[in-house]
Design a protein. Structure first.
Length: 317
């Protein structure tokens, strides 16, 4: 599928909305009213430290929803107000936060069910409203919903869309996309649907395994067994690892994504030499600013000894 052509067609439809129904200032105020904590505010004002007797609580300096999440949650709430009587669906959790998703259920927003990773869209009808969550949806899901005559409210984070543009560039120039992420994660599923040939690596160890194979070490059968569920249909490691581009799931560890990028650049340099490196390796920065800020804030927290680190959010986040 020409995913870029499909997106252009979808974006021109009067049944597609990615801007929401309210002004940014109203969205900010609505979320502050719903989720702002006076206690958190006072801790921030006190240098991100709270003390009570022998207890000391240190708050991460980047704490709370990022801009992309705020936008997605606010757009979902706006959608119910804009469509007070219509059936509204969401293709997955709006974000990985149980309280937010429970709030949407109270607002009678229906969640598409899935069994063994396969979503059931049979209950979705012409004229229904469908929300795409912050981490996006696959291009096949978008096409199905568009052809079914649904009103699509797209809350996909622009940083996720940036990754989609990157893997589409890889595809255009016949590069294989190496995606640093979890192959079952909704964002990576969406990203891979916009890619051509792709391979998903979970971490630096898997990237090193791929690098070793490129340099002539390893068994083809063992390689395919290891990555059977993490690559594009018909993937051939002997043919499809000659031209590589790197992208990532935006919530992965920044330093590891950067290290994976350097590893593959070094690998292709060693295999093909410096003169033709640009013909075999492409690098784009697809690391999310908000993720980077939160990871940096976490590392700053643990610079000092802690007895316990409390992470607030969904266990699957």
């Amino acid at each position: 599928m020409d995913t870029q052509a499909f997106k252009r067609s979808l974006h021109q439809s009067d049944r597609y909305n990615r801007r929401g129904f309210g002004s940014p200032s109203k969205r900010t105020q609505a979320l502050e009213d719903a989720y702002q904590s006076s206690l958190i505010g006072s801790i921030r004002d006190n240098g991100y430290i709270f003390r009570h007797g022998r207890l000391t609580v240190r708050l991460a300096e980047a704490f709370g929803f990022c801009w992309g999440v705020e936008r997605a949650v606010a757009m979902a709430y706006e959608t119910r107000r804009h469509y007070p009587t219509e059936r509204i669906w969401i293709t997955n959790e709006i974000i990985h936060n149980p309280s937010v998703n429970d709030h949407l259920r109270v607002m009678n927003v229906r969640f598409i069910s899935a069994e063994e990773g396969v979503k059931d869209f049979s209950g979705v009808s012409d004229g229904d409203v469908v929300i795409l969550p912050a981490f996006g949806a696959t291009v096949q899901e978008m096409q199905l919903l568009h052809e079914r005559g649904c009103h699509i409210i797209d809350t996909t984070c622009p940083w996720v869309s940036k990754v989609w543009h990157t893997v589409e560039k890889h595809k255009k120039h016949t590069f294989t996309s190496i995606i640093h992420g979890k192959f079952k994660h909704e964002e990576t599923l969406a990203t891979s649907s916009f890619a051509g040939t792709y391979l998903v690596v979970l971490d630096l160890a898997e990237a090193q395994y791929v690098s070793n194979y490129i340099l002539g070490n390893g068994s083809r059968d063992a390689f395919m067994h290891r990555f059977a569920k993490a690559c594009s249909p018909g993937f051939d490691p002997d043919k499809d690892l000659q031209r590589l581009g790197v992208a990532n799931q935006t919530t992965m560890l920044k330093s590891e994504t950067e290290e994976i990028g350097r590893l593959f650049e070094k690998t292709m340099l060693g295999r093909y030499g410096p003169k033709v490196l640009s013909e075999h390796f492409l690098a784009f920065n697809t690391i999310c600013d908000a993720t980077e800020e939160r990871q940096g804030a976490m590392f700053s927290l643990v610079d000092e000894p802690l007895d316990m680190l409390v992470v607030i959010g969904g266990f699957n986040s």
